[in-house]
Design a protein around this ligand. Sequence first.
Ligand code: AMP
Length: 494
Amino acid sequence: MTQFTDLGLAQPLLRALQAEGYDTPTPIQAQAIPTVMQGKDLLGIAQTGTGKTAAFALPILHRLAADKQRPPRRGCRVLVLSPTRELASQIADSFRAYGRFMGVTVAVVFGGAKINPQIKALANGVDVLVATPGRLIDHLQQHTCHLGETEIFVLDEADQMLDLGFILPIRKIVAKLPAHRQNLFFSATMPTEIGKLAGELLKDPAKVSVAPESTTVERVEQSLLFVEALRKRALLAELFAEKALNRVIVFTRTKRGADRVARYLEASGVSAASIHGDKSQPQRERALAAFKAGACRALVATDIAARGIDVDSVSHVINYELPNVPEAYVHRIGRTARAGATGMAISLCCDDERSLLKDIQKVTRQTIPSFDRRNDTRLGQATAMADKLVPKDAGKGEDPIYGQKQNKPRGESRGGGGGRHGQGRPHGGQGHGHGQGRARHDGQQAGATGEGRGDARGEAQGRGGGPNRNRRRRPGGGGGAKTPMSGSWSPSAN
Ligand code: AMP
């Protein structure tokens, strides 16, 4: 098996890898590193968790070390575009970690943070600049950054960029890059529009592809619990009685929902923090650090806030509410079972969410093993207790599950806007221009405003193909045969 020492990487990089405890490249690293070291363009089909950050960071740092130059003033030698600030910070941290023995300078710019320190950091130029599109455009407009001498351009998570409506901003940024440059393009999936963008950006690229999205679906042990909406929190508390749930990401659809669930977990004796677009950057960083350090057992997150969160050994993902778009289900459960570890995903589904479930099972080509916990007297009693513990925001007109009191049409209104699932996915081509037009220009802003409203995201996702590009037929999971956890937890009270 290939070792990092076989790849011809510069000595300072091998030392850094040793310090990280990495000997063996992951498949994407083994494929991508030699190609990128040669200066070729690269198209990488890979999702987070495959080691793709090091797959581009290592050969880029190798090239910088081989050709030491002062970075241009207010410019950078390498530009990495990331859809979210969390991912941008993590990419910058990776460059710093791998480049620690070669004196590389790294800056990260994203929205929601003060601009002046970023201007200062860019003043003398940096080797590597990691940025979200919106804030980078601000810097370009203010002439606090220029890209005319950038040698290498990396576009990471291109399909997420599309979901967040960043395609136009990316095109604006690319127009400022010099024509002669190396381009690396990463995406977990390849919807038509992303394929088109890749075709425009890349010159005769080498293609590497690992772990198609379906393998996430295969790798993660999934189960589904049917339960009344009002009893979800009692069921959640019951799940947490199982010790095996030691590092859990709980997903909600709305920011307020995330806060509410975190509050309830805390009141039930489960240490929890929430992370979403309304939280300040320091608050998000604190929550993430506590979760990473094991100081809190549950991180309650919305989809956008959870993008790019790279925490190893997440034991379980719980979908407290199913996502509006089925592709998000795959992204969510991919937060567990990372880097070869095992993981479990448990989804709570109430009657109103049946159509979302149908979409998920269609996209993932599977039937999630399910257990029926409806009409369960034990949960009924626990719910009565839960209501005493944390009254459900009485008087605020809130729906305990969806956050706001809404009209609840029986038929799903997912295509047309309105409805409690936000705008969901459009059923026609019309959503396209619409999504772009309303797009936010920054991960932070999108996070702050897009969540729970199906904003640019829901519409964008309607366009592309699903993550399950291969559409491999898999045998159905069968219903009800497996328990989601091995302990005493009883799957059904039928
Ligand atoms: P990424 O896909 O870049 O988000 O990386 C996923 C996780 O795998 C991160 O926690 C990395 O630190 C870790 N990782 C990356 N490359 C390796 C490797 N060769 N061996 C072990 N862990 C790795």
